[in-house]
Design a binder for this molecule. Structure first.
Ligand code: GLN
Length: 456
């Protein structure tokens, strides 16, 4: 009830785009029943969550922030949300996001942007909550729900978490099933929790992940008790500080935040080591070839026949006109840009020059990480974002590449398939949250969460 009241009051944040109060009351009643007479409650029993609009939820609008999915009500439930509901979680509604998760400010959403509950000191300008999981970040930061689901293809959990002062983890590629999550770039997409604390992230991640025969890339590995791994003991762990992440023009404030994180880990008994990830500078261009390539293929299914919106046709229009008009009306500018870039880099004449080259670069980036892990590094500390949250509108109409630069610290992790966590680590001079990122070894989310725990 407290969350529902908060949601009413905070409508202006634009965090929730579909309310599911009836579903929530029904799930809450079920949770009450499950709890009756039990001394120990399942961890998520009765916990009110928000669900990113990218997850298909049975019978509930699931539009991925796009006009083209208008009216789409899936007849199935994504594996991740099904597992959360089985663990007793309650869905309050669907959360705002950039269209098809393409963006870093939540401004490409068909619903209009979500707003960051934080403001700069002495300045009333509305700020972005980040993207693409902007609604999730805004809702958790403003206490509209206890936690939310996010997805992260190139930073969409970690960047909004950093912009709103919450915690978000992208697990190893293959930890969470992608089944029933609207696909953006299938070799990069992962779901993960966005929460108020590392402990909440550990609990929620445990319920979200696990093997799923319906997703052939989901890993058949046991899911450890992540919460039990939060001992706070990181003595003897080796933390790498990658020199290539010290970008030209990095602000003094971000530099100081990074130094503070380093000192905290050292105080907790970790050994700090300067490391090199030499191919880092190619990550952003490789990502912005690979992600649009996969997106252009994934989005081919929105043809006006199978899902959602179909354009009104004129007499004499045939199937080609139906495709063209539907896609012209249904997709926003950023999505069209990605589809055009993607089809271009996959086209016969340019495939080797762009897509294949980007895939080779991706392998080199992955090898950089493998090398430092083989040399004994347990986790890598970096800033989560190059700046604090920026004002809504500030970047929207600029050169789109300016927006892409936001992802400079986060996309490497997706390209290499590694787990990465962002967590709040201080405030900017203007009083806005700043986040640090820790990157871990594949499948070792438990150790990564424990490292992050010492930074809280
Ligand atoms: N900013 C990235 C992009 O626009 C974020 C993608 C994501 O993680 N969903 O592609």
């Amino acid at each position: 009830e407290a969350c529902l009241a908060r949601i009413e009051d905070a409508g202006a944040l634009g965090a929730f785009v579909h309310h599911t109060i009836d579903v929530a009351r029904e799930q809450a009643a079920q949770a009450d029943k499950r709890l009756q007479g039990r001394e120990e409650a399942p961890a998520l029993c009765g916990i009110p969550l928000g669900i990113k609009d990218l997850f298909c939820t049975r019978g509930v609008a699931s539009q991925a922030g796009s006009r083209i999915l208008e009216g789409f009500r899936p007849e199935y439930e994504s594996t991740v949300t099904a597992q959360l509901f089985d663990a007793g979680a309650v869905m309050l509604g669907k959360l705002n996001m950039d269209e098809f998760a393409m963006g870093s400010s939540n401004e490409t959403s068909v619903y209009g942007n979500a707003v960051n509950p934080w403001r700069r000191q002495g300045d009333d300008a509305a700020l972005t909550p980040g993207g693409s999981s902007g609604g999730s970040a805004s809702a958790v930061a403003a206490d509209l729900c206890l936690a939310a689901t996010g997805t992260d293809t190139g930073g969409s959990i970690r960047q909004p978490a950093a912009f709103t002062g919450i915690t978000g983890i992208k697990p190893t590629y293959g930890r969470c099933s992608r089944w029933g999550i609207v696909a953006f770039a299938s070799s990069l997409d992962q779901a993960g929790p966005m929460t108020k604390s590392v402990r909440d992230a550990a609990i929620m991640l445990g319920a979200m992940c696990g093997h799923d025969p319906k997703d052939s890339t989901s890993a058949d590995l046991p899911v450890p008790d992540f919460e039990a791994m939060l001992t706070g003991d990181i003595r003897g762990k080796v933390i790498g500080i990658p020199r290539e992440y010290r970008m030209d023009g990095m602000s003094a404030e971000i530099d100081a935040l990074w130094a503070k994180g380093r000192a905290m880990l050292e105080d907790a008994g970790a050994e700090i080591r300067d490391i090199s990830l030499p191919h880092t500078k190619y990550a952003l261009p490789a990502y912005y070839v690979i992600a649009p390539a996969e997106a252009s293929s994934n989005l081919a299914r929105y043809d006006g026949v199978r899902y959602g919106h179909r354009a009104k046709l004129a007499p004499g229009d045939g199937i080609t006109e139906m495709y063209e008009k539907t896609r012209a009306e249904g997709f926003g500018d950023e999505v069209k840009r990605r589809v055009m870039v993607g089809t271009y880099v996959l086209s016969a004449g340019f495939y080797d020059a762009y897509y294949n080259r980007a895939r080779k670069v991706r392998t080199l980036i992955k090898r950089d990480f493998e090398q430092v892990f083989a040399d004994g590094v347990d986790a890598i500390l970096t800033p989560a974002t190059p700046s604090a949250a920026f004002a809504l509108g500030e970047m929207k109409d600029a050169d789109p590449v300016q927006m892409y630069l936001n992802d400079v610290f986060t996309v490497t992790v997706n390209l290499a398939g590694l787990p990465g966590i962002a967590l709040p680590a201080g405030l900017s001079g203007e009083g806005l949250p700043l986040g640090l990122q820790l990157i871990g070894r594949p499948w070792e989310e438990g150790d990564l969460l424990n490292c992050a725990y010492t930074l809280e």
